[in-house]
Ligand binder design. Structure first.
Ligand SMILES: *[C@@H]1O[C@H](CO)[C@@H](O)[C@H](O)[C@H]1NC(C)=O
Length: 171
């Protein structure tokens, strides 16, 4: 029997989130059904959007979010034990998935590249930066880019892409 530890929203944030707004709960997971896999979290993401998204949670529900996870038990031949995936499982140590919403890491992922980057530069924040600055802003050489919050997960990547393209002004 697998016990999953999950961070839940104990009460909605008043201003900045504090530790007392969260509660760690433990639950036993049921055995796997055919087609399912058991995931063990390796890395969880904590993103600014969660402050807003948490407003839609009921108190007592688990915090949302992506994680890099390893398949530790499998009843799905396309996702064998040991496979590394990005899953939207929330802030939990263990979860069961039917495989449908999982993204496998590319098989050519180099050993030297930390897996946590799948939640950062190589994941959603990196894609947000890439398409934001290149496709939506359509930035061109000779322009000046102002990166607000350039220390953040998206902003730091925007800064690096912009630096390759144009002169940059960091704030
Ligand atoms: C197994 O996982 C794949 C995704 O890799 C998913 O599409 C499929 O529905 C899952 N279930 C079965 C029974 O194969």
């Amino acid at each position: 029997m697998v016990r999953a530890k999950s961070w839940t929203l104990k009460k909605h944030f008043q201003g900045h989130p504090t530790q007392s707004d969260f509660e760690l709960k433990t639950a036993e997971l049921p055995p796997l059904k055919n087609g399912e896999v058991l995931l063990e979290a390796l890395f969880l993401s904590v993103d600014p959007y969660m402050r807003l998204a948490a407003k839609r949670l009921k108190e007592g529900e688990m915090m949302m979010g992506h994680q890099v996870a390893r398949v530790v038990e499998s009843k799905n031949s396309t996702l064998p034990t040991g496979a590394i995936v990005v899953a939207h499982s929330g802030w939990t140590t263990h979860s069961i998935s039917d495989g449908k919403q999982l993204e496998k890491l590319p098989t050519e992922w180099p050993d030297t590249l930390p897996l946590s980057l799948a939640l950062g530069t190589v994941g959603m924040p990196g894609l947000t930066a890439y398409f934001g600055i290149l496709d939506i802003c359509g930035v061109k050489g000779g322009e000046t880019v102002l990166v607000n919050a350039a220390a953040g997960a998206v902003g730091s990547v925007v800064g690096q892409i912009a630096k390759l393209k144009v002169s940059v002004f960091f704030q």
